[in-house]
Ligand binder design. Structure first.
Ligand SMILES: [Fe+2]
Length: 194
């Protein structure tokens, strides 16, 4: 059976996202790795015992998407942050694509920020449609509702309160989003483009 390992991210010293905040967040992410493995192990055990299709098995099946996405989305979020950020280059492949789809980098950021500061908890993801290369910003409720199936995640922003509550008040989402943008690893995001 596949066993997932917790990935490590060296992100000490970010702008506006403290090490204490990250420590809390890494622990929470580790829980999703553990639980993804646990759900898979419990499903396998039930299946080996002839209990496939039982209510217990079915609930674990439903749970799997939550645990998997809790793991994967955190890896994408931490993976698009860097301790040594540089501004998004307007002439880079990503800069040009963002401008093509939203009019300008500023217009795209405004759309991302407006989506991120909506009420509720979830994720904001700039996704690329693999069929035509177009970028669109999406609100993902909790971990699993709202993903356009098969799209490529380009920029992933965690908007659960646990992502910023050590550093910011619930009403200060916009400050956290600004801090996030000041730490984005645009090269890592650009590599995700198809
Ligand atoms: Fe999170």
């Amino acid at each position: 059976m596949i066993q997932y390992q917790e990935q490590k991210f060296d992100l000490k010293g970010l702008n506006g996202i403290s090490d204490a905040q990250l420590e809390v967040h890494f622990k929470l992410y580790a829980g999703y790795v553990t639980n993804t493995n646990t759900v898979n192990a419990q499903l396998a055990e039930l299946e080996a015992g002839g209990k496939m299709g039982t209510p217990t098995w079915a609930e674990l099946k439903r749970r799997a998407g939550w645990e998997y996405n809790g793991k994967i989305l955190h890896e994408q979020y931490f993976g698009n942050l860097t301790r040594s950020p540089a501004a998004l280059d307007d002439n880079s492949a990503l800069g040009r694509k963002v401008a093509e789809c939203f009019g300008s980098v500023d217009a795209w950021k405004k759309n991302m920020t407006s989506t991120a500061t909506m009420r509720g908890i979830g994720w904001v993801i700039c996704y690329q449609d693999p069929t035509n290369g177009h970028l669109t910003n999406h609100w993902i409720t909790e971990h699993e509702m709202g993903h356009p199936a098969g799209f490529r995640p380009i920029v992933v922003l965690d908007m659960w309160e646990h992502a910023f509550m050590v550093d910011y008040k619930p009403a200060e989402k916009a400050k956290y989003v600004e801090a996030f943008f000041s730490n984005v690893d645009w090269k890592a995001c650009e590599k995700r483009l198809g």
